[in-house]
Design a protein around this ligand. Structure first.
Ligand SMILES: Cc1cc2nc3c(=O)[nH]c(=O)nc-3n(C[C@H](O)[C@H](O)[C@H](O)COP(=O)(O)OP(=O)(O)OC[C@H]3O[C@@H](n4cnc5c(N)ncnc54)[C@H](O)[C@@H]3O)c2cc1C
Length: 385
């Protein structure tokens, strides 16, 4: 394995960093406090090619690959974690899944818009009573002539209220449990779709999240991905992909905490010297640096394996688990270094602290990843099959 990024990937990092500093950072705190979703920034990211990394050129992408996407997601999250969600909402959620399993007409219709940022995507498996246990979902899709009729409720769906296109999972045959689940591409402006924002939440304030209710919503038969009954397998494949974007986002948040902590520790003085001179502060900084670097390497390895097209569920789980926990540890230490000022909204550290929590929950909680990793090690269930 080569531990140095290619010139092209280094350029991509520079481009993302410049964009994040010049276009995102100036308003990140104000946007966050106003709970403002910046669709204009998503479109700019689309114009720069950020959202088309894993989609071929013929559908509006650029085929730069998963490692390029991970670097972009990391750099965006380093400045504003909320904005990073678009890499899952558009690219690694609906777009790549549609490209793999959809028909030509659907690809032509939706992929260019998801890559350019003109369309916003979402993916929905979670329901009020189906979180980690995805197969416990109740949403039904019943075939009636040329359409499936969708009924049910999804909960905690990122971009629910702003999405144009959704990757929706529902049971076509609930008697078969996971084998009866199917995946659909749904026009989110269709009649029979009601969305409601969840406005009171801990973090990621600039990323809308909400519920989706389907009431006799008609979805064309041609919008089925793969075959009936393949939905659970498609969902697990999608999670493998979106988890990479989460891992990269967590690396970005962890790095943001280091950036902020170093800046403060070298300016704040107590007892006549910079607090960075105290060994206990140095201990925190050292732990943060090592954890973020390790998280970054695990994340890049998972991306590298995806680019090579080899099974990587285990490596992706390791990256997601470690990066999420690292981001939270870094946010905790950064806040302690800022102390009372960390507790205030004067500095972005409080935002990092709030946003870090998200990563331990989505795309499989940390417990879920421990299950995947430990069961593989114990030989109970191999992750890479
Ligand atoms: C901000 C935000 C955005 C989200 N966006 C989306 C989205 O876009 N699309 C989507 O479909 N979902 C989304 N989700 C939902 C998210 O994926 C779920 O919250 C997550 O899967 C966990 O489900 P749960 O919260 O219902 O927790 P539960 O599954 O109820 O788990 C509760 C606790 O029990 C633990 N637990 C559960 N089962 C086990 C077990 N077998 N062994 C050990 N511990 C276990 C969990 O780790 C957790 O600590 C989002 C959530 C949030 C907070």
């Amino acid at each position: 394995m080569n531990f140095e990024l290619s010139e092209e990937l280094q350029d991509i990092r520079r481009l993302a960093r410049d964009f994040a500093l010049s276009e995102v950072k100036p308003t990140a705190d104000a946007d966050d406090k106003a709970h403002r979703f910046r669709r204009d920034l998503v479109q700019k990211m689309g114009e720069l090619g950020f959202l088309g990394c894993v989609i071929p050129e013929e559908y509006g992408g650029n085929g730069l690959g998963y490692l390029a996407l991970a670097i972009l997601a990391e750099e965006i999250a380093r400045v504003h974690s909320s904005l990073r969600l678009i890499f899952a909402g558009n690219t690694l959620g609906p777009a790549i899944t549609l490209w793999r399993h959809g028909n030509e007409e659907l690809k032509q219709k939706y992929l260019p818009g998801l890559c350019s940022g003109e369309l916003i995507g979402c993916f929905a498996m979670t329901e009020p009573n189906a979180g980690s246990d995805v197969a416990a979902m109740k949403t039904r899709a019943v075939l009636d002539g040329d359409h499936y009729v969708l009924n049910g409720s999804k909960m905690w769906i990122s971009y629910a209220t702003v999405a144009d296109v959704g990757l929706i999972y529902a049971y076509t045959d609930p008697t078969q449990r996971a084998r009866g689940m199917s995946a659909f591409i749904v026009d989110m402006k269709s009649p029979g779709i009601i969305t409601e924002a969840i406005t009171e939440k801990l973090g990621n304030w600039s990323s809308p999240v909400g519920s989706i209710t389907f009431e006799n919503c008609l979805v064309p038969k041609a919008n089925l991905l793969g075959k009936e009954g393949q939905g659970f397998a498609i969902c697990m494949q999608q999670l493998d992909n979106t988890r990479l974007a989460s891992a990269a986002g967590a690396v970005g948040v962890g790095q943001a905490c280091i950036d902020a902590a170093v800046e403060y520790a070298t300016t704040r003085e107590q007892f006549g010297q910079q607090i960075g001179r105290f060994q206990m502060i140095q201990d925190w900084i050292a732990q943060m640096c090592v954890d973020v670097e390790a998280a970054r390497l695990l994340t890049y390895r998972a991306a590298f394996l995806k680019d090579k097209g080899v099974p990587n569920t285990l490596e992706t789980s390791m990256a997601k688990l470690f990066a999420s926990e690292a981001a939270n540890k870094c946010a905790d230490y950064a806040l302690r270094i800022y102390s009372a000022y960390g507790y205030s909204e004067e500095y972005p550290v409080a935002r990092f602290f709030r946003d870090a929590k998200y990563y331990q929950i989505v795309e499989g909680t940390s417990n879920v990843h421990k299950i995947i990793i430990s069961q593989d090690a114990l030989g109970y269930r191999k992750a890479n099959r």
